[in-house]
Design a protein around this ligand. Structure first.
Ligand code: NAD
Length: 476
């Protein structure tokens, strides 16, 4: 069905202008409807994620369905507080007065989503947008077609269709959507399209949040609990959508002396998790499509990484599966070190001493996440103080995203803006400054005709000088 996107926007603008989406009751009803939708259709959602990515039920539930419900529940719990005007301090300049910051919805929001967590990454921003009182168009990714179709059907049934709409489609549909005048665009995906989104938004001076990716490094010190560290690296890499995760560990940096110990531990844990035939494991997602499969196998076939695979490497083209694969000491100029991997390949690069890892990270674009495993408090502080990334997680991977009190977003090449928890509400709100004054206390010195004495008085007021004020008033 061809959708007239201009008509969609006109309808949503009319709904927003009517004021309907601004009420607490409307926001509450929509958040509750999302929870009900997820509960009523859990099985279908899991099936869609299996169809798109062969995502194990465990990951589908924990990473996607339950996270969306938690976001709704948090918003429902906090909404009245988030919506309340925030008192602000006033100064002598405006005395007597009171000030507040009012969170105002932005209007009509476009959310363009991606395929790797197609349920979560479509709905989590929607939660923020409706909690903040906006109307929304969601454009899910065509690369996860089963989830896209299901979202379109379910949101149509459960949400207020005069304010929340799904437009399915690929590049032509997204291009048409981007031509419209939105109040904010929230995009998740790669940086190349991120630039297209930003350029389109510039035409209308539309603010944008870009949730992009990058090469997230994992620094592994020798001074660690190796078994726990290994499990947590595997958890963030292979047990999170087979490496197809924006904050997935992209590459590991460790010392030359420690590399073989780390690799042995990774192999041993991988075998415990996925057995001797990982291509047959039901606990490992598949690669999303043949184009991404070919991209990943090309990274392994690069002649610069010939002989560098120390574990894994098996492929099943028919079923789009690639085994957990570890490479050691790949050259800096290899393809695998120059693009986001977004799959089950993990290069390990070695340095003389662990502190050198910081320079390796600094030599690249700012990543979406950076990880450090160590027991050395001083090294932790150096890492936190010097590594610039969207977010950091010490002694674990990806888990900082699960903390709704922390903002999630990138910096530089990994994106701009952030969301999650209250940050989602703020991302879709305008912080309106309101100063309230009475008619009392009007100072004539503010107004023309300007005189030296008036200027003296204002300077003294601004400096908070009682003596200066008296001097100006009484000509001392
Ligand atoms: P994708 O191919 O699904 O594209 C994302 C969206 O952009 C889709 O809705 C698609 O229809 C649209 N799109 C694609 N080409 C377009 C074009 N030429 N013009 C307009 N719209 C277009 O997803 P992807 O880009 O392959 O996603 C993977 C990337 O997303 C990785 O880099 C990953 O790190 C990043 N990512 C980031 C986050 C985050 O939260 N920061 C989360 C997941 C993925």
């Amino acid at each position: 069905m061809v959708v007239d996107v201009a008509e969609v926007v006109t309808e949503l603008k009319a709904t927003y202008t009517s004021g309907k989406t601004k009420s607490y009751e409307w926001r509450e009803s929509q958040l509750k409807a999302l929870i009900k939708m997820a509960n009523d259709h859990e099985k279908e959602i899991i099936e869609a994620l299996r169809s798109d990515l062969n995502k194990p039920e465990f990951e589908a539930f924990v990473h996607e369905i339950s996270t969306v419900k938690s976001s709704c529940k948090l918003a429902l719990k906090e909404l009245r507080r988030w919506m309340s005007p925030e008192k602000a301090k006033t100064s002598s300049t405006t005395f007597p007065s009171s000030a507040e910051i009012v969170s105002e919805p932005l209007g009509v929001i476009l959310i363009i989503s991606t395929w790797n967590y197609p349920f979560l990454l479509s709905l989590d921003p929607v939660v923020g947008a409706i909690a903040a009182g906006n109307a929304v168009v969601l454009k899910p990714s065509e690369i996860a077609p089963a989830t896209s179709l299901l979202l379109s059907k379910l949101l149509g049934e459960y949400m207020d269709s005069s304010a929340v709409k799904v437009v399915e489609g690929a590049v032509p549909e997204t291009t048409a959507l981007l031509e419209q005048n939105w109040d904010k665009i929230f995009y998740t995906g790669n940086g190349k399209v991120g630039r297209i989104v930003l350029a389109a938004a510039a035409k209308h001076l539309t603010p944008v949040i870009l949730e992009l990716g990058g090469k997230s490094p994992v620094v592994v010190d020798e001074n660690i609990n190796l078994e726990v560290a290994t499990r947590r690296i595997i958890g963030g890499k292979w047990a999170s959508n087979c490496g197809q995760t924006c904050v997935s560990p992209d590459y590991v940096i460790t010392t030359k002396a420690f590399a073989s110990k780390l690799i042995d531990a990774l192999i041993s844990e991988l075998e415990k998790f996925y057995g001797n035939e990982p291509l047959k494991s039901l606990d490992l997602s598949r690669i999303v499509n043949s184009s991404h499969f070919n991209r990943l196998t090309k990274l392994m076939d690069d002649e610069k990484v010939f002989g560098k695979i120390v574990h894994g490497g098996q492929q099943d083209k028919t079923n789009l599966r690639i085994a957990p694969t570890i490479l050691l000491d790949v050259p800096e100029d290899s393809m695998i070190m120059n693009e986001e991997i977004f799959g089950p390949l993990l290069p390990i690069i070695t340095v003389g001493k662990i502190e050198d890892s910081i320079n390796v990270i600094h030599a690249r674009e700012k990543p979406l996440a950076a990880y450090l495993f160590t027991n050395d408090k001083k090294l932790m502080d150096v890492f936190v103080g010097s590594v610039s990334a969207g977010g950091l997680c010490i002694n674990d991977t990806t888990l900082h995203l699960a903390e709704s009190s922390l903002p999630f977003g990138g910096i530089g090449g990994s994106g701009m803006g952030s969301y999650h928890g209250k940050f989602s509400f703020d991302a879709f709100s305008h912080k309106k400054a309101v100063l309230r004054r009475s008619f009392a206390g009007d100072i004539a010195a503010r107004y023309p005709p300007y005189t030296t004495r008036k200027l003296q008085l204002l300077k003294a007021l601004l400096n908070g000088s009682i003596l200066g004020i008296l001097r100006a008033l009484f000509g001392w």
